[in-house]
Ligand binder design. Structure first.
Ligand code: GLY
Length: 565
């Protein structure tokens, strides 16, 4: 792709769900405050359901299960039962657990499945339609965390979502807009038209009902994981696959299992940061970023100093270069996690940064950015007992592969696009990869999801995460820095405009308003190329204040909301 075309494609708004931040929202606002417990999620109804769960005596895991299923109804662009994700849990006794409920490639998947006879990537083949779907992990994930840590009955946690799907709920402007935008692709990729989703024009205030989804959720409520991976729901998924030439089989569904993995933990000054390990790149990448940036006096320089921006950008380039080469599914490839997080290694990387000029990211590859939404969703929870959950879940692109499982009422993911279809070929986030993330049967595709929990001096300090595809890592990194280096409130840190560099393409993407014209000139003077774009991420976070109250940071870029008591 020519560089000029690349710039143009980046300038096209990437995320149709997000609106830009306004001036008012960059003024270090204080967020919603609660005394005991809080949920911050992408939708006010989901946040409220989480709070009611905890008021009924449930803990953060009970709330997480209830919120996850609620988002599958009220935020179908990313909330899901047909996708997957990652969850970090910190108990009030300071023990950490991390669950990988990421999708897996079907057993019939193979390395060259998205290439044509000449070896070229077939455009969009890994992004839309039945063969873009990985084997979903969300229901098994929620079942696993509930079995290990839940205290309220499973059925009680599912019931609010069943009610919502059956009785309907009122669309916000964003949601109406989402549905209007996907109308044509719903017609194109579905074998049975999901008529309940298709209208000439949806508008804010319209009610929507998901009757088939209500029945699917009832089966999950009654039979647990078997209500999804076996029986009627599994049969409907496999029939859908057969009608649309997809690969997921009954055996794939039966064999799916989420995995408890060791989280990634590292220290930054007097903070201990815990995040998700492979097959997410999130924990390793922010570990490298903090380890590199520790060599620069950001606090002294300040949030808007060009040296601060430059050092962050150069650190991001280094981390994403390693991501492309080394990271993948640890069940398939050996990942040098210790080496990548090694302080000496990152010190040397930090010393390689030239504060007087930008390092050219090798050669700019044919990175492509599409006007497709980079949808994922994150929620943060702290309960009245002091436990915390940070969970990020996704269908990958907005509404996944755009296929609603006939008779079952839910969208399937297009997570197969997170594999490297071919070494060096960019995926929909412009990310490239190699052998470590090549497609193999039953392998998990590399993720950027970064659900994270931060401790300060051994006490719970922050719960944070975001959607945003490749920008997830840099948004989480910058949000934490905004609080711990630049002293912003949680809400102020979430509001603050973001920027992103992912090594290739060699460009700083930024939200409008992040850099004024002087800063742009100075960054260009250092050799950086810049482009503005629509909103980056939707961070939902909770900060524990000095008085032990909780401050929510709900991202104004979407309908996100904090609730608490
Ligand atoms: N699907 C986006 C990610 O996992 O990074």
């Amino acid at each position: 792709m020519k560089f000029s075309n690349l710039i143009l494609s980046i300038l096209i708004p990437l995320v149709f769900t997000c609106r830009p931040v306004s001036q008012k929202e960059t003024s270090n606002r204080l967020g919603f405050i609660a005394e005991n417990a809080m949920v911050v999620s992408a939708h006010p109804i989901a946040s409220q359901i989480g709070i009611e769960t905890m008021k009924n005596g449930g803990n953060a895991i009970d709330a997480a299960v209830a919120v996850h299923f609620a988002l599958a109804v009220v935020y179908p662009a990313a909330g899901n039962i047909g996708g997957g994700g990652f969850l970090i849990y910190r108990t009030n006794g300071d023990a950490y657990y991390s669950l990988d409920y990421r999708e897996k490639a079907p057993a019939l998947a193979h390395r060259n499945m998205y290439l044509d006879d000449s070896g070229a990537v077939i455009p969009e083949s890994s992004r839309f339609g039945h063969s873009a779907a990985g084997v979903p992990g969300s229901v098994d994930g929620m079942w696993s965390v509930h079995k290990k840590f839940g205290t309220r009955p499973w059925q009680e946690l599912l019931q609010p979502s069943i009610d919502l799907a059956r009785d309907g709920y009122v669309l916000t402007e964003n949601e109406a807009d989402h549905l209007n935008r996907i109308r044509e692709s719903l017609k194109e990729y579905n074998t049975i038209l999901p008529e309940f989703l298709i209208r000439e024009s949806w508008k804010a205030g319209d009610s929507i009902h998901y009757l088939d989804l209500a029945k699917t959720l009832e089966r999950i409520s009654r039979y647990g994981r078997s209500g999804f991976y076996k029986g009627e729901t599994a049969k409907l998924i496999v029939e859908e696959m057969k009608r649309g030439n997809g690969l997921i089989s009954l055996e794939d569904l039966r064999n799916y299992s989420s995995v408890w993995r060791a989280p990634i933990t590292f220290n930054y000054r007097n903070y201990t940061i815990t995040s998700m390990g492979p097959p997410s790149s999130g924990g390793v990448a922010i570990g490298q970023l903090f380890s590199t940036i520790a060599h620069f006096p950001l606090k002294k320089w300040g949030i808007n100093d060009i040296k601060t921006i430059h050092a962050i950008v150069e650190s991001e380039k280094l981390a994403y270069a390693d991501r492309a080469k080394y990271l993948g599914d640890p069940d398939f490839v050996k990942i040098p996690v210790h080496e990548l997080l090694d302080k000496g290694y990152n010190r040397a990387r930090a010393h390689s940064i030239n504060l007087k000029s930008a390092t050219v990211s090798d050669r700019i590859q044919a990175g492509q950015f599409y006007s497709e939404p980079e949808e994922t969703t994150h929620f943060s929870i702290v309960d009245q007992f002091g436990n915390a959950v940070s969970s990020t879940t996704t269908l990958n692109g907005g509404f996944g592969n755009r296929v609603v499982v006939g008779g079952a009422g839910f969208f399937l993911n297009n997570e197969m696009d997170d594999f490297s279809a071919k070494p060096g070929a960019p995926n929909m986030y412009g990310l490239t990869g190699g052998e470590a993330n090549a497609i193999e049967p039953k392998k998990r595709m590399l993720s950027s999801m970064t659900p994270t929990i931060v401790e300060k001096n051994g006490h719970l300090f922050m719960v944070v995460g975001t959607p945003g595809g490749s920008t997830i890592i840099t948004s989480v990194f910058q949000t934490i820095l905004n609080v711990i280096e630049f002293d912003l409130n949680m809400q102020g840190a979430v509001d603050f405009p973001r920027f992103h560099h992912q090594w290739k393409p060699d460009i700083i993407q930024s939200e409008a308003g992040r850099f004024d014209s002087t800063m742009v000139k100075e960054l260009e003077g250092l050799g950086h190329k810049l482009s503005t774009r629509s909103a980056i991420g939707r961070v939902d976070a909770i900060l524990v204040l000095d008085n032990n109250k909780l401050e929510g940071g709900a991202d104004p870029r979407g309908d996100d909301a904090a609730a608490g008591f």
